[in-house]
Design a protein around this ligand. Structure first.
Ligand SMILES: [Ca+2]
Ligand SMILES: [Ca+2]
Ligand SMILES: [Ca+2]
Length: 179
């Protein structure tokens, strides 16, 4: 058993309480797991039932997107919290919302952040060489993430491996419940 203490405590609690104690992240992962057959089928281009690196490239962002949708439906306050944070940071004239000019500043900052580390001459754009380097890094990252989930290292992700690695693929982190 992975969490013997937690399992013991839950066994002591009435069923209704255990239900309530579930975090939205936990609940979202459960719903996402139920949606996996559909997501896997959509990404499994060669139809062999498992995902190679190329198939995982299409699959991973879809899982992240589906996870976000489920999580936001379960707890709309999460999306609101993020939006509030953006307003707080970029609302120059303090009118409580972001106008087009302020949104532009926010988007530009996000763009520069996304190419940070590859914009070697720091001109705010990616040259062909810089773009190629960023592409290789992204490819390396993808292979690394695929390998991490591929626990039997056969180069293919089974549905069991994906389910076990769902938190890392989706980016939905479950905070351990405090007893
Ligand atoms: Ca496949
Ligand atoms: Ca550059
Ligand atoms: Ca495998």
């Amino acid at each position: 058993m992975r969490y013997p203490v937690v399992a013991f405590l839950i066994s002591l609690a009435p069923a209704a309480f255990a239900q309530e104690a579930k975090s939205p992240q936990e609940e979202a992962l459960k719903k996402l797991a139920a949606d996996l057959p559909r997501l896997m089928k959509a990404a499994d281009a060669d139809g062999n039932g498992t995902l190679n690196v190329a198939e995982f490239r299409a699959f991973a962002p879809e899982v992240v997107k589906a996870g976000e949708t489920i999580l936001n439906a379960l707890d709309p306050s999460l999306a609101k919290k993020k939006a509030d944070k953006d307003v707080k940071k970029y609302d120059q004239n303090a009118d409580g919302k972001l106008d087009d000019e302020e949104k532009k500043v926010m988007d530009e900052e996000a763009r520069l952040k996304s190419i940070k580390g590859f914009d070697w001459d720091r001109d705010g754009k990616l040259s062909e060489k810089e773009k190629t380097a960023m592409g290789w890094a992204a490819e390396g990252d993808l292979i690394y993430r695929h390998r991490k989930v591929d626990t039997d290292a056969n180069g293919e992700l089974s549905s069991a491996e994906i389910e076990a690695g769902l938190s890392s693929i989706s980016g939905i982190k479950v905070k351990k419940a405090k007893p």
